[in-house]
Design a protein around this ligand. Structure first.
Ligand code: ADP
Length: 407
């Protein structure tokens, strides 16, 4: 049984083709810079076969899909009929708490949630619609970044606004990066050979988007991202927490419309906004190393926010057994990991500096790296995330349910 997972960004389409019997990746790739100059299609057999990259003439997500599907049918697939189901990553599920087959109501709900995650949803909706046209016989399943956080209790999810926003409009913390937090916490429980029901875990997904989640017995109980994809940590171009009282003041002072304000919070803030250089942590770190003051400030602010959030989650959980770093930054930056945990031995975090800085890296085959010192009260792990696998599993479950219902 093969399942295709598609993850669309505003100018990219990532895809992974799975053989579900052994949860094996057959083929994966990314079409990047869609609608911009120099659009590329990078792909490989499996997850870490040799990369092949070609320049492609693709101006929108529909054409990007044509490129991907023809690559698949000229490679690992004989025909698209071999795909019974396609998983589509969707940022915000709104009223949908779990993965569902796509129908017009689901698309309407995803569209209704667009203001909550404006950089991603328009491309995701377009991608789903284009896919349905090209694969009319496959089951299309929407898998939501928010699902894993449906267990967050009301008292942690509610905002201190008038109650009607919670009760009537459903405005509450919904969180994101659910597939990543769920995957890495599961992997760590396997690694520790302990049932996840017996573990308290703090998971830090640090990438272009970033969030810290408290996981108690395998259930998300709190997370830093909110109803929108802005709350919490400083991110690549998103602000994270800002004093809410400051926003209307800035809007008035600079005569910003709501849309301009959204643009500022989502595209011009975060690492990019503070450093004035880049949203890319590698570039920020390199500039900080050369003594650039704003890059140093951006790096320190990023780490401080993450550190503060870990402290909050430690109290939420009443202690924890394991701390996880994942996402592009969490998985790769020993500097960020060091700065976040520096001087926290009294709280139970003692990193093994040699392991943190060492040559050993996570790989797809060996995604968990233990970087804790033997004296650390809390185990510290670096984990290479694999969100697509969780999406493929959810999609397969929905496919099974749909097939059972048909019988
Ligand atoms: P996304 O949230 O878009 O999936 P990723 O999880 O791929 O993003 O993370 C992208 C971030 O990871 C970028 O800020 C990038 O600079 C950072 N990153 C990747 N490799 C390294 C590295 N070796 N050192 C520091 N940061 C890194």
């Amino acid at each position: 049984m093969k399942i295709l997972v598609i993850n669309s960004g505003s100018s990219s389409l990532k895809y992974t083709l799975f053989e579900m019997a052994h949860e094996k990746v057959l083929f994966s790739g990314t079409v990047d810079r869609i609608g911009l100059s120099g659009t590329t299609h990078e792909f490989r057999v499996g997850l870490n076969g040799e990369d092949e990259t070609r320049l492609v003439d693709v101006t929108d997500h529909g054409e990007a899909l044509d490129e991907i599907l023809s690559t698949l049918t000229n490679g690992p697939l004989d025909s698209l009929d071999e795909l019974p189901a396609v998983a589509h990553r969707v940022g915000h599920g709104g009223k949908y708490k779990e993965a569902v087959p796509v129908n017009s109501d689901v698309v309407r709900e995803i569209r209704r949630m667009t203001p909550m995650i404006p950089l991603h949803h328009p491309a995701m909706i377009k991608e789903i619609e284009e896919c349905q046209i090209r694969m009319p016989d496959a089951l299309h399943v929407a898998v939501f970044d928010t699902s894993f956080h449906r267990t967050i209790p009301d008292y942690a999810a509610i905002y201190g606004l008038p109650y009607r926003y919670f009760a009537e409009r459903g405005y509450r913390k919904t969180g994101f990066h659910g597939h990543s937090h769920q995957y890495v916490s599961g992997k760590v429980s396997e690694f520790m050979q302990q049932n996840i029901r017996d573990l308290k875990i703090i998971s830090c997904h640090l990438g272009n988007g970033a969030s810290v989640t408290a996981i108690d017995g395998g259930r998300s109980v709190d997370t830093t991202l909110g109803m929108t994809a802005v709350e919490g940590l400083i991110m690549g171009t998103r602000s994270g927490d800002v004093d809410p009282g400051l926003m209307p003041i800035i809007m008035k002072e600079d005569s910003l419309s709501p849309d301009q304000t959204i643009d500022m919070l989502y595209r011009e803030s975060g690492l990019l906004g503070i450093s004035g250089l880049s949203r890319d942590m590698r570039e920020v770190e390199a500039a900080a190393l050369k003594g650039n003051d704003r890059a140093t400030l951006a790096l320190s602010a990023f780490c401080h926010k993450a550190r503060r959030s870990i402290g909050s989650m430690l109290m939420v959980l009443g202690g924890c057994d394991a701390l996880i770093f994942t996402g592009g930054i969490g998985n790769n930056s020993s500097t960020v990991r060091f700065k976040i945990l520096e001087g926290t031995a009294k709280l139970g975090f003692v990193m093994d500096d040699a392991k943190n800085n060492g040559q050993e890296r996570t790989t797809p085959e060996s995604p968990v790296l233990d970087i804790s010192h033997p004296e650390s009260g809390i185990r510290i792990f670096v984990v290479r995330t694999f969100e697509e696998l969780m999406m493929a599993r959810e999609c397969l479950n929905v496919l099974k349910i749909v097939r059972e219902q048909k019988q």
